[in-house]
Structure formats: structure tokens, C-alpha cells
Design a protein around this ligand. Structure first.
Ligand code: NAD
Length: 264
């Protein structure tokens, strides 16, 4: 069982209604933090998650459904975070979308949405949360970037641009707050089997006339020397370390969890 080392801290995890974000929210609740779940999806299902997290870990859990494409909704989310958590001590910018396609064929509207959700939203949540962290003289910001924040692949230009941008923003925020115990780091996962990968796996299965599981194995094998998907729990475990006191001098790091992808 995890120690309650984050007891009483307030944590906002964007995109925590499923996937990696939900796993991180679980880890934070397990360590005693009060958590604001955020993301899109069926409100009934999200309410069940909220209730069970709160009951299981004896912490306060709230939820908000701001669409991060819209700055006014992000402002509402941050106001709600202040009113419920009291203070955003831990901010995890995790929400993200992924679409593939060659640059010249990429829909302008999809570019705009991807930059808004994957990059601009983090700028807005950080600019809202940092003054409170500085006043409290403690904070943890974790940005979920990607291997594509460090290296590129074809047909993912807008996603890569958004994640490289997030890595840059991470380093700048780390430096601006290096005078206090406020850290800002990025986690750069390789392939994690969550719904965000479905489009790519399904497209490969159709293109090669193979079944979905064979396509998934082929996709991960082509990118990760381990041949294994990264598990959400492995990303969450690193996030928990970054929240700990032991990680106090880890600042502006962009840490791959990618089965060896970026080591080649
Ligand atoms: P996911 O699709 O399972 O979850 C995405 C979350 O973001 C959901 O909670 C969704 O509601 C939220 N979201 C999406 N659009 C939103 C919007 N407009 N407004 C508010 N919330 C929105 O994906 P995941 O795999 O858990 O991805 C989480 C993060 O990890 C993303 O930033 C993604 O880019 C990154 N990542 C994922 C992988 C992977 O292979 N799964 C690899 C590297 C990085």
C-alpha cells in the first residue's frame, strides 16, 4: 500500500476520465491527495468513477467537464479547482488527442484543435495554477508529453509539434520556478494501449488485412525495442515519483517511458 505522503494536497489531472490520466488520478488519491477529475465522456460513468475513488481512498474527489478547446471553459475549470480543492498543489496536464495524416493533407481545423488541447490548454492551466503554488511555496507540475515530444515520425506532424511545444513549456516553467520547491517535468510515454491508439491500430489492420491484435503487436514492435506496450500504471508510477520529496531536484526533465524507443 502507498504511503499517504500527499495527504491534504489538491490535485488536478486533466483528461482523467479514462486512460493514463485516470491511472494517475488513482495514484494521487491512493497517496491521500484530494483530486479533481476532468475530461469528456458519459457523466454517469464519470460520476461512478468519482464516487468509487473517493470511497476507496477516503479523499475528496470532484469532477469537471470543461472542453479544453475553449479558453473560457478552462477558466471555469480553474475557478472550480480553486473553489473545491482550495489550492492546486499538483497539476497534471494529461488531456490530449491524436490524429494522423501527411502535413499537406491535414485538416486546418484538426491542427487548431490539437494545438489547443495538447499545448495551449497547458499554458492556461499553468498560468492559473502557478501563482497559488508560489504563494504556498510548493508545487508539482507534470506534463504528459510523448516520445513525439522528443523525436518525430511521419504522418504525425501536428501531434509532434504540440508535444515538442509542451516539452519546451515544461523547461521554461521549471526554470522560472527553480527558486522554490515547485518542479515542472514532462513524462514522455511511448505506446500505451488506450483509446487514443485505436485509430492507428484500426487503420493498420484495414491496410494490411490483419486482425486488430496482430496490428497492435506490429505497431508496437515497429517502434519499441521491448516489443511491449507501456502500461498506464508505469506512467503513473513515474508521476508519483515526480510528486515525491525525493524528486525535488528533478526539474525541467523530459523522461521517456518508451520500451527503449528513444534510446536507438
Ligand atoms: P485517452 O484518449 O484514453 O484519454 C484522453 C483524455 O483526454 C480523456 O479523458 C478525454 O476526455 C480527454 N480529452 C480529450 N479531448 C478533450 C477536450 N477537448 N477537452 C477536455 N478533455 C479532453 O488517451 P491517453 O492515452 O490516456 O492519453 C493521455 C495523454 O497521454 C495524452 O496527452 C496523450 O497524447 C499522451 N500519450 C499517450 C500515449 C499512448 O500511446 N496512449 C503515448 C504518448 C503520450
Amino acid at each position: 500500500m502507498a504511503s499517504r505522503e500527499l495527504e491534504g494536497k489538491g490535485a488536478l489531472v486533466t483528461g482523467s476520465t479514462q486512460g493514463i490520466g485516470l491511472c494517475i488520478a488513482r495514484g494521487l488519491a491512493e497517496r491521500g491527495a484530494n483530486v479533481l477529475l476532468h475530461g469528456l465522456g458519459d457523466p454517469g460513468v464519470i460520476e461512478d468513477i468519482r464516487e468509487s475513488l473517493a470511497a476507496e481512498h477516503g479523499v475528496k474527489v470532484y469532477r469537471h467537464g470543461a472542453n479544453l478547446e475553449h479558453v473560457d471553459e478552462i477558466d471555469e475549470l480553474m475557478t472550480f479547482a480553486g473553489a473545491t480543492l482550495g489550492q492546486v498543489d499538483i497539476l497534471v496536464n494529461n488531456a490530449g488527442i491524436q490524429h494522423t495524416g501527411r502535413l499537406e493533407a491535414f485538416a486546418v481545423d484538426t491542427w487548431n484543435r490539437m494545438i489547443a488541447i495538447n499545448l495551449t490548454a497547458a499554458f492556461h492551466t499553468m498560468r492559473a495554477a502557478i501563482p497559488g503554488m508560489r504563494a504556498a511555496r510548493w508545487g508539482r507540475i507534470i506534463n504528459i508529453a510523448s516520445t513525439h515530444g522528443l523525436v518525430a515520425s511521419p504522418t504525425k506532424g501536428p501531434y509532434i509539434a504540440s508535444k515538442h511545444g509542451l516539452v519546451g513549456l515544461t523547461k521554461a516553467a521549471a526554470l522560472e520556478n527553480a527558486d522554490l520547491p515547485i518542479t515542472c517535468n514532462a513524462i514522455c510515454p511511448g505506446m500505451v494501449r488506450t483509446p487514443i491508439l485505436d485509430e492507428q491500430i484500426d487503420a493498420l489492420a484495414r491496410r494490411e488485412s490483419i486482425d486488430v491484435e496482430d496490428a497492435a503487436a506490429r505497431l508496437v514492435g515497429a517502434n519499441q525495442p521491448s516489443g511491449e506496450f507501456v502500461r498506464p500504471e508505469q506512467v503513473s508510477a513515474l508521476a508519483m515519483f515526480l510528486c515525491s520529496d525525493a524528486a525535488r531536484e528533478v526539474r525541467g526533465a523530459c523522461i521517456p517511458v518508451d520500451g527503449g524507443w528513444t534510446a536507438r
